[in-house]
Design a protein around this ligand. Structure first.
Ligand code: GRF
Length: 220
């Protein structure tokens, strides 16, 4: 949290933005004690931008093609995030590998959600990959990013059973429900300062008494 009040989150999204919406909704409800200060998309047509504007959140498209290099593109993203005074960044369906410029701009402060139980099935179409493989469980993972694709210390996972009657689509739909549940929860742990990376693993610091949205709801 800053002198500005609530913890300020930046969100990067490339597409439909349903995870962004879950984050916005959790902020409104108070289960996530933060505010989305800016949404940036690499895709000017992303529905995520519309969701942000509907919610009254500054939304910006920065097309990488307009920049001479990935570094310059990421410098532009970084300066917008800084201008919005964000303290951490949530990737929500951001379809680019985060490069060094952005990563080092927010060390251990960039989170991603992936629709599989990492380290299984990184990359595109993870739900389809899992279904094709025939696993009995898949799910989703919230993690800190590192230099790899869908890798980095794992914060939270939710398992989803794969049913005989599933298609890749129905599996993806059930995984998405869990994504919307755990991403705001993981972000709340970040906001509370409870996430600590020790030897590449995320350790959860105990909750201080009388803090967090649950305590507030219960009037503690
Ligand atoms: C989600 O499945 C997320 O896990 C993955 O990309 C998808 C984005 O969906 N990284 P949405 O844009 O949040 O609806």
């Amino acid at each position: 949290m800053t002198a500005l009040g609530k913890f300020r989150l930046g969100v990067l999204a490339s597409g439909r933005g349903s995870n962004l919406q879950a984050i916005i909704d959790a902020c409104r409800k108070g289960s996530l004690d933060a505010e989305v200060a800016i949404v940036i998309s690499d895709n000017p047509g992303a529905y995520a931008l519309e969701r942000a504007r509907t919610a009254g959140i500054p939304a910006l498209a920065l097309a990488p093609g307009r920049f001479a290099s990935k570094t310059e593109y990421e410098q532009a993203v970084l300066s917008e995030l800084r201008r919005a005074e964000v303290e951490a960044v949530a990737l929500a369906g951001y379809m680019r590998l985060v490069g060094e410029t952005l990563r080092l701009g927010f060390p251990e402060r960039i989170l991603n959600i992936h629709p599989a139980l990492l380290p299984a099935f990184p990359g595109l179409h993870a739900q389809e990959q899992a279904w094709e493989y025939g696993v009995k469980y898949s799910g989703c993972t919230v993690h800190f990013i590192d230099e790899g694709m869908d890798s980095g210390p794992i914060i939270m996972q939710a398992a989803v059973p794969v049913l005989d009657e599933d298609t890749a689509k129905s599996l993806a739909e059930r995984i998405l429900v869990q994504e919307h549940r755990i991403y705001p929860q993981a972000l709340q742990l970040l906001v509370e300062g409870r996430l600590e990376i020790v030897s590449g693993r995320v350790r959860l610091r105990p909750a201080p008494a009388g803090q967090g949205p649950q305590d507030r709801e219960e009037g503690k």
